[in-house]
Design a protein around this ligand. Structure first.
Ligand code: DON
Length: 582
C-alpha cells in the first residue's frame, strides 16, 4: 500500500512536470532537485542556478582559464539560458579573490540612474508612487552595468580573450539549447508580462504564442548577434554602436529616458570590500551601494556577544536572537544606506563591535520587540522574485562570488527590439518617496532618493569567508530584501555549527526585515519551534507571500576543504541549480 502511494505520488508529480505549460501564476511551485550532497572536485568548480551555465564556466576552467574567466563565461551564459535574471540589460556585483596577492576586489557594476532621472519621477499628480511606472515601463530601467562589469573583470583579472570566454554563451544562443523544465515553467508563469511586449513575445515564445516545451530546441538569434558584437568589440560593442542605437531607439519610441550619453558615461567601480570578523573567521563582503555586506557584519557582531552554539541550531532561542538582530539592521538600512558616491554611508559605525553591543543590550532574549518600537538609530557614533548568484573557484584557489539581476524576474519584461535582451526595472530599488515601501517592502529616504547618475541601493551580498588566512567559502543569493538574511544564515551555519557547505545551504531559513513585522519561516522548521516563537511574541508566517515564494533565496555556494577539495553546493531550492566541478 505504502509502495503504491509512493508510485502514485511520483506519477502525479511527473504528469504535473510534463504539463508545466499550463501552470498558473498563482501555483506555488517548489521543486527540490535531487542534488542533496555536495559535488566534490579537485581542480575547479562553478555553482550557478542553471545547469548549462555552470557547465559553460567549467568548460573555460578545463581550458585552463582562471576563476574570473569562468565567472565571465558563466555570467554571459546565464544571460542566454536563465533570462529570468541572467542578463545583459541589468547589473550586479562581483567579488574577486586573488589567491596569490591575497586580495579581494569588490567590483560594482550596478545600474546608474539616467541623467534625466529626478527625485519625483515616479510620483503621480497626487504625489503617490506610481508602481506601474516604476516597475513595468522603460523609465524603470537604470543604465545597464553587466556588460561593463563582466568585460572589465576579464580585462583586469582574467587570462583568456573575451571571444573565447563568450563562445559558450554565443553557442547556446545561436545553436540553441534544449528548453529546460524550469525555464519552460517560468516562462509559462510570466507569459502575461512578457507577451505584453511584442519583442519579448518574439524572443521567448513560438510565433503562435505557445511555449517551447521542455526538450525542444530554443534559439535566440538576436541575442547571439548582440553577443557576437560584444565578443568582437568589448564593452564598446554594447555602450556604443548598433546595440546602443537599438536601446536608445527603444527608449525614445516608448517613453524611456536612457540616452547615448548615459550609455557612454556608464562606468563600473572597484570598491573596498567590507571586512568583519566572527569568532576567528574573516568575512569579506560587498560594500555600498549594497546594503548586504554592512548588515551581515552588523548582525554577526550582535550575535557574537551571545553563546549561540549552545542554544542549538534553529531552536526558538536561536531564531529569536537572529530575528531581533535583523529588525535593527533593516531599520538602520532604511535611514543610512545608499550609493556612497552620493551619500555618506556610516559604514564603520554600523559595522563596529561597539555599536552592535548597544543593539544587543536593547534586545530582550525572551520576548520579541514589536517593530513599531524599533527605529533606525537616531544618530551613530561619529565616523572616523529573480536575481541570480554564482560562485567559482579555480585550482589556484582564486574565487569569484557574483550576484547580478534585472531586479524582478525578467526585469520590466521589455526587450530591446532586435537586440535580444531584456531590460531591468532597478529604479524601483530607489526610494521613490520617503517612507513608501518598494516592491520588496523595503523602506528608505534621503540616502536612497533618486538622483541622476546615482546607483540604487541593493541587497545583493556576494560574500567570502576565510579561516586562518585561507579561503573557505564563497556564497551569495537572490531574493530581494531576503538576500541579506539568507547569506547571514548560510555563513553562520558554517561558522557556528561547522556545517559543510551543502548542509549550510540546505538548512531551513528564516527572515525578518523590520517592516512588515513578520517572522517568515521556511518549511522544515518544527511546529514546536514555531509555537515557541509565537509565544515569545513573533508574528510567524509560513508559505508564499506577495513578495516571496515559500522558500528563501538560492545560495549557490562552494567551500574549500582543509584537504584541498572543492565542495560545490547547488541550492536545492531552485530546480536547475548545478555544481559543475572537475
Ligand atoms: O539589488 C537588489 O537588492 C534587488 N534588485 C534584487 C532583486 C532580487 O533579488 C529579485 N529576486 N529574487
Amino acid at each position: 500500500m505504502q509502495m503504491l502511494r509512493i508510485v502514485a505520488t511520483l506519477f502525479v508529480a511527473i504528469g504535473f512536470m510534463t504539463s508545466s505549460g499550463s501552470v498558473q501564476a498563482s501555483d506555488p511551485i517548489i521543486v527540490y532537485n535531487t542534488q542533496f550532497h555536495p559535488t566534490i572536485a579537485r581542480s575547479g568548480m562553478v555553482v550557478s542556478q542553471e545547469t548549462y551555465a555552470s557547465k559553460a564556466g567549467r568548460e573555460i576552467l578545463q581550458m585552463g582559464g582562471n576563476a574570473v574567466d569562468a565567472a565571465v563565461a558563466t555570467g554571459f551564459a546565464l544571460a542566454v539560458t536563465h533570462p529570468q535574471a541572467g542578463n545583459l540589460g541589468g547589473g550586479g556585483f562581483m567579488m574577486i579573490y586573488l589567491r596569490e596577492e591575497d586580495r579581494v576586489i569588490a567590483l560594482d557594476y550596478r545600474e546608474m540612474a539616467p541623467a534625466a532621472a529626478h527625485r519625483d519621477m515616479f510620483l503621480d499628480e497626487e504625489g503617490n508612487v506610481d508602481n506601474q511606472r516604476v516597475r513595468f515601463t522603460l523609465k524603470a530601467s537604470g543604465v545597464p552595468g553587466t556588460v561593463m562589469g563582466l568585460t572589465k573583470a576579464l580585462e583586469k583579472y582574467g587570462t583568456l580573450p573575451l571571444d573565447v570566454v563568450m563562445a559558450p554563451a554565443i553557442r547556446l544562443a545561436e545553436e540553441g539549447f534544449e528548453m529546460t523544465w524550469e525555464l519552460n515553467e517560468s516562462l509559462g508563469r510570466y507569459a502575461k508580462r512578457l507577451k505584453a511586449d511584442p519583442e519579448s513575445a518574439k524572443n521567448y515564445f513560438k510565433p503562435d504564442g505557445s511555449l517551447y516545451e521542455a526538450g525542444e530546441v530554443f534559439r535566440q538569434p538576436d541575442l547571439a548577434h548582440t553577443l557576437k558584437i560584444i565578443a568582437a568589440k568589448g564593452a564598446k560593442g554594447f555602450y556604443e554602436g548598433p546595440v546602443a542605437d537599438k536601446l536608445v531607439a527603444a527608449m525614445k519610441a516608448n517613453g524611456g529616458i536612457i540616452t547615448h550619453d548615459d550609455l557612454k558615461k556608464y562606468h563600473s567601480v572597484e570598491r573596498s570590500p567590507i571586512e568583519g570578523s566572527y569568532r576567528g573567521f574573516k568575512v569579506v563582503t560587498m560594500p555600498p551601494p549594497s546594503s548586504g555586506g554592512v548588515h551581515v557584519v552588523q548582525m554577526l557582531n550582535v550575535l557574537e556577544g551571545w553563546d549561540m552554539k549552545s542554544l542549538g541550531h534553529n531552536s526558538a532561542g536561536y531564531i529569536h536572537r537572529l530575528t531581533e538582530s535583523m529588525k535593527y539592521a533593516y531599520a538602520d538600512r532604511s535611514k543610512y544606506l545608499g550609493d556612497p558616491d552620493y551619500f555618506d554611508v556610516p559604514v564603520s559605525a554600523l559595522t563596529s563591535k561597539d555599536y552592535a553591543a548597544t543593539i544587543r543590550a536593547k534586545i530582550n532574549v525572551n520576548k520579541a520587540t514589536p517593530s513599531s518600537e524599533i527605529a533606525p538609530a537616531p544618530s551613530l557614533p561619529h565616523e572616523s522574485n529573480d536575481t541570480t548568484h554564482f560562485s567559482v573557484m579555480d585550482k589556484a584557489g582564486n574565487m569569484v562570488a557574483n550576484t547580478y539581476t534585472l531586479n524582478f524576474t525578467y526585469g520590466n519584461g521589455k526587450s530591446v527590439p532586435g537586440a535580444g535582451f531584456l531590460l531591468n526595472n532597478e529604479m524601483d530599488d530607489f526610494s521613490a518617496k520617503a517612507g513608501v515601501p518598494n516592491a520588496f517592502g523595503l523602506l528608505g529616504g534621503e540616502a536612497n532618493a533618486i538622483e541622476p547618475g546615482k546607483r540604487p541601493l541593493s541587497s545583493m551580498t556576494p560574500t567570502f569567508l576565510f579561516k586562518d588566512g585561507k579561503p573557505l567559502m564563497a556564497t551569495g543569493s537572490p531574493g530581494g530584501s531576503t538576500i541579506i538574511t539568507v547569506v547571514f544564515q548560510a555563513i553562520l551555519n558554517v561558522m557556528e555549527f561547522d556545517m559543510n557547505v551543502q548542509a549550510a545551504v540546505n538548512a531551513p531559513r528564516i527572515h525578518h526585515q523590520w517592516y512588515p513585522d513578520r517572522l517568515f519561516m521556511e518549511p522544515g522548521h518544527s511546529i514546536d519551534t514555531r509555537r515557541l516563537l509565537g509565544e515569545m511574541g513573533h508574528n510567524v508566517k509560513m508559505g508564499p507571500t506577495e513578495a516571496w515564494d515559500s522558500v528563501l533565496g538560492s545560495a549557490q555556494s562552494l567551500m574549500l576543504t582543509p584537504s584541498g577539495y572543492i565542495m560545490g553546493a547547488a541550492d536545492p531550492r531552485r530546480p536547475g541549480s548545478y555544481a559543475a566541478g572537475f
